[in-house]
Design a protein around this ligand. Structure first.
Ligand code: ZN
Ligand code: ZN
Ligand code: ZN
Ligand code: ZN
Ligand code: ZN
Ligand code: ZN
Ligand code: ZN
Length: 524
């Protein structure tokens, strides 16, 4: 596709549009079909989590001839990255591997040892009971032996504290991890179940590649992803950023998004508003809002004062002067502070309104996706339904690109503001880049609105001619929207973030014509 196509499509659409539409539309369809095969994200339900974990544990147990609890301790230490674990093993050997994970290889004789013979009375060093049979005692791998009641109490406390992934031995200064089978055998069944659940969850919690879907209410799924970062869609429909687990926010970086959310929530903008619109009463220190253009302020305490300098005055005044009050005491610093607050407030308000209005539209267009599908389903038999994919594809693209558009305002707020990129470019440079970016934004808005208008037509009782016209338009606008989105991301990468030093702290989830990657079901 020619890069300038959308700029020139109005002049030469007659000759070119048919070919371009066909070619690109096929590619677009192709991209959608290939999605599932090249997806790098997998859905993991509770069952597949258990299965995947079992498989990894079995592999490590077999390769290194270990007990399950030892294998688990190692895996938790290596964040369930088997390859890394095996690398350390082959490079540095078993002892080193164990040492780094806080494990010790113990070789001691088992309970059948003669000095623990059935007849001999034993003492538990914890409760000091000295009249114990050996079968009421349990010896851990580290060699420490205590009575079952003491162990049970220890495990119960630890599980209830939520520390069950690594329950260490009770002996003073012994850091050995207790055998999970012994733990489960000694505690109450409900607790053993809870313990099991913790162990399964540790596969997600300590695993860099696996994260819980952050949907609320939680859908129960975890997602395993082979690529770093990026955005993903869970089978429950929730789309989120794999790096920060917020809702998807590309082309805004995680840091920008975090700052923006905080800004929208907290007091900083309210404070700016107060600085700009109110003055503190010199007598009682209450904030007083200016109600008209007059410089004389009156507090509810009865005190009159001057809007310009905040100094106490009498009541008698004209529009510009207050009797007996000579102003000019208004400190320069205060003026500056108010000017900055005013400018920041204005800037934030501008970007916030753009962001909000496109976010609101995207909510409408989320519903439009459904209604478009319903209309397609209700089309009469004579218009083949299979040919109406352009409608639902168009509605999906509309929703997606609108979201991209709304996040570009958050991106622009930080890119061209002073908070993150102040010293990265000269004022002239900043202005030029801002114009370039806003130009793309404006073009994108235009085509998104056209696409939206087209798809909002009541096409369920259109004739086939009308339908054809609508599908042509939808596809034409869709291709331009898609290309503009791509161009916008290229601009961000090559012109805006790329050349700056701070830009390296901002990784942007890539734009995908086919939409946010859908995690696919996991089969073991
Ligand atoms: Zn005891
Ligand atoms: Zn011990
Ligand atoms: Zn989910
Ligand atoms: Zn993020
Ligand atoms: Zn007052
Ligand atoms: Zn007045
Ligand atoms: Zn004054």
């Amino acid at each position: 596709m020619d890069d300038d196509y959308y700029l020139s499509c109005e002049e030469d659409e007659e000759e070119e549009e048919d070919d371009y539409d066909k070619v690109d539309y096929d590619q677009y369809e192709q991209a959608q079909r290939e999605e599932t095969t090249k997806s790098t994200s997998r859905i993991m339900t509770n069952e597949s989590l258990v299965a995947a974990q079992k498989e990894v544990l079995a592999r490590v147990m077999e390769l290194l001839t270990l007990k399950k609890s030892q294998a688990r301790t190692l895996l938790i230490h290596y964040q369930w990255n088997v390859d890394k674990l095996l690398d350390v093993y082959s490079e540095r050997g078993k002892d080193s591997l164990f040492k780094t994970a806080g494990l010790t290889v113990f070789s001691h004789t088992s309970l059948s040892e003669s000095r623990y013979s059935l007849r001999k009375k034993m003492t538990c060093e914890i409760c000091m009971d000295d009249d114990l049979q050996s079968y009421t005692m349990t010896r851990m791998d580290c060699g420490h032996c205590f009575c079952n009641n003491c162990w049970k109490e220890h495990f119960t406390v630890k599980i209830n504290e939520g520390m069950s992934k690594r329950i260490t031995c009770m002996a003073h200064k012994c850091n050995a991890i207790c055998d999970e089978d012994v733990v489960k055998k000694l505690v109450y069944p409900e607790l053993a179940e809870k313990f099991d659940r913790f162990l399964v969850e540790s596969y997600v919690d300590d695993n860099k590649r696996v994260k819980w879907c952050p949907s609320t209410p939680h859908c129960g799924n975890a997602i395993r992803r082979e690529d770093d970062g990026g955005e993903v869609e869970c089978s429950c429909g929730h789309q989120f950023c794999f790096s920060c687990l917020s809702e998807s926010h590309s082309p805004c970086s995680c840091l920008m998004w975090k700052l923006w959310k905080k800004k929208c929530e907290d007091e900083s903008e309210t404070l700016n508003w107060i600085t700009v619109h109110t003055r503190m009463c010199p007598k009682c220190s209450k904030s007083v809002q200016r109600s008209d253009g007059c410089n004389l302020m009156t507090c509810i305490c009865g005190q009159h004062f001057c809007w310009l300098c905040g100094g106490a005055t009498g009541l008698s005044h004209t529009g510009t002067t207050i009797d007996g009050h000579s102003c000019g005491k208004f400190k320069e610093e205060k003026v500056k502070q108010i000017e900055i607050a005013k400018r920041d407030l204005k800037r934030y308000t501008h970007y916030y309104h753009q962001y909000r209005s496109h976010t609101d539209s995207s909510k409408q267009e989320f519903k439009l996706r459904e209604s478009v599908r319903e209309k397609v389903a209700s089309l009469s038999e004579k218009t083949l339904k299979s040919e109406q994919k352009w409608a639902s594809n168009g509605a999906d693209l509309l929703f997606r690109s609108r979201k991209v558009l709304s996040y570009t305002y958050v991106f622009a707020f930080y890119m061209f503001g002073e908070e993150l990129f102040k010293d990265e470019m000269s004022d002239e440079e900043r202005e030029m880049k801002k114009i370039l970016f806003e130009n793309l934004q404006q073009q994108l808005i235009g085509y998104i609105e056209s696409l939206s208008k087209t798809l909002n037509q009541p096409f369920d009782d259109y004739s086939s001619d009308e339908l054809e016209k609508m599908s042509d338009e939808t596809m034409r606008f869709g291709i331009v929207v898609d290309n503009l989105c791509k161009e916008m991301y290229e601009c961000i990468e090559n012109e805006l973030l790329g050349p700056t030093v701070a830009g390296h702290n901002h990784s942007i989830a890539p734009y995908r014509s086919e939409g946010i990657e859908k995690a696919i079901e996991f089969w073991c």
